[in-house]
Design a protein around this ligand. Structure first.
Ligand SMILES: [Zn+2]
Length: 271
């Protein structure tokens, strides 16, 4: 499932290609994503200039004046840019042609993604309105986190994955950040000291930064805007490494279930 680094990698790849361009044509081949692609999308989008390509949490925001095309990759979505697009494949659902001749092609085998048209302001849209701060926001610091988890007895890993608290930290990057911060994922959130929460937010940022630099993670089918996979999965300390030796201390990595998801951690390094 694409997480923040994969979406950011796509954003960074697409921004120089789309910003300042106008939409020349839109072809919707299959509207059945998580929510139906609006049938009015071609009419709304054609002729509009893309002023900016932003990211909020795992949403890509193509801004056209005060309107926004909101794109989410769901489980298996990707958006690639082609100057000479190959013949359409079965899971290619939407093509957006730019006045430069470039085609943006949305592919999504499992169709849990989204492509919605949002008249201004997108920040008030129900999908975005209740989101917590971005991990790179300066105000998302130890003081903020300490206050936000003060009444929470849920495990710190589950708190970290709660989009209302902080966005963009999914299963992979929560597990990796907790390892780097040496915090046991099962620790009740309100029992993690402010100092350790400060270390945690620093490691969340470091982990995401490293992952973006490696083009994100490709576990199954994620590719970036050029069709390239990410390589951060080779750098995992704990995720998907059950039974393998810890890269720091050599102890066997342990796997448990939390909130229906697998959590991997080092029982020696993380306390
Ligand atoms: Zn260890």
């Amino acid at each position: 499932m694409p997480e923040l680094p994969e979406v950011e990698t796509t954003r960074q790849g697409l921004a120089p290609i789309v910003v300042g361009r106008r939409v020349a044509a839109v072809h919707v081949y299959d509207r059945r994503l998580r929510w139906s692609v609006p049938s009015s999308l071609p009419k709304r989008l054609v002729g509009r200039k893309i002023d900016a390509l932003d990211r909020r949490s795992k949403y890509l925001l193509f801004r056209a004046a005060s309107d926004t095309l909101l794109v989410h990759f769901g489980m298996t979505g990707s958006l690639r840019a082609f100057s000479d697009p190959p013949p359409r494949q079965p899971h290619d659902h939407v093509d957006i042609l730019l006045d430069s001749g470039v085609t943006l092609r949305y592919r999504d085998p499992r169709r849990f993604g989204a492509m919605l048209w949002v008249p201004a302001p997108v920040e008030a849209h129900p999908l975005l309105a209740s989101l917590g701060p971005e991990p790179f926001d300066p105000e998302c610091d130890a003081t903020y986190l300490h206050g936000a988890v003060s009444g929470r007895t849920a495990a710190i890993k589950l708190a970290l994955m709660d989009n209302h608290l902080i966005v963009g930290v999914g299963n992979i990057y929560a597990s990796e950040s907790l390892f780097r911060a040496r915090i046991r994922p099962t620790t009740p959130a309100n029992r993690v000291s402010k100092v350790r929460l400060g270390r945690l937010v620093a490691e969340v940022r470091a982990t995401l930064t490293d992952a973006i630099a490696k083009g994100g993670s490709t576990l199954r089918d994620y590719v970036d805007s050029r069709g390239e996979p990410g390589y951060f999965q080779l750098d995992y300390y704990v995720y998907a490494r059950e039974g393998l030796p810890c890269k720091v201390c050599g102890a066997a990595i342990r796997q448990i279930r939390q909130g229906g998801r697998a959590t991997c951690f080092c029982p020696n390094c993380q306390r």
